[in-house]
Design a protein around this ligand. Structure first.
Ligand code: DQA
Length: 147
């Protein structure tokens, strides 16, 4: 099983950025934690992070062309604004889980809208870094039951 873990804008600054909201762990530590989980479960994991909307679209396409079985994506602020990212997920039709480190349902009004959600098999929010592992487990269930 191969998955892509995609992270959007400002998530490269995890650990520095609003630690009271996103915690003190860094982006490198997040990737390390996911890599360890992947290695235990024999899951190949590709990581991509970008601050640019179009590049995130390109990474979704890359997951498809690279033969990924699923995508875990935290589109960060583009969650709340991007039809292009929604369309990209619909275009590739790979099982995709939306992740947010914080619980966006308890935050500002402008964070209540998620464009991408309509194309995702599940959303995990408010679980910190552990939410990414939960998202991978959801993909394992879906992909495992297909094969
Ligand atoms: C976020 C929540 C978004 O509202 C915010 O713009 C982010 C991070 C999260 O992981 O909690 O950048 O996606």
């Amino acid at each position: 099983m191969k998955i892509f873990v995609l992270n959007g804008p400002n998530l490269n600054l995890l650990g520095v950025r609003e630690p009271e909201v996103y915690g003190r762990g860094t982006y490198a530590e997040l990737c390390e934690m996911i890599s360890l989980y992947g290695a235990e479960r024999d899951i190949e994991v590709e990581f991509r992070q970008t601050n640019c909307e179009g590049t995130l679209v390109d990474y979704i396409h890359e997951a498809f062309y690279d033969g990924a079985d699923g995508i875990v994506i935290n589109p960060a602020a583009y969650t709340h604004t991007s039809v292009a990212i929604l369309d990209a997920v619909k275009s590739v039709a790979l099982p995709t889980v939306e992740v947010h480190i914080s619980d966006v349902s308890l935050r500002e009004d402008f964070r209540q809208k998620s464009y991408i959600r309509a194309a995702c098999v599940a959303t995990v929010m408010g679980k910190g870094f552990g939410g990414y592992i939960e998202a991978i487990k959801i993909l394992e269930d879906i992909i495992g039951s297909k094969s």
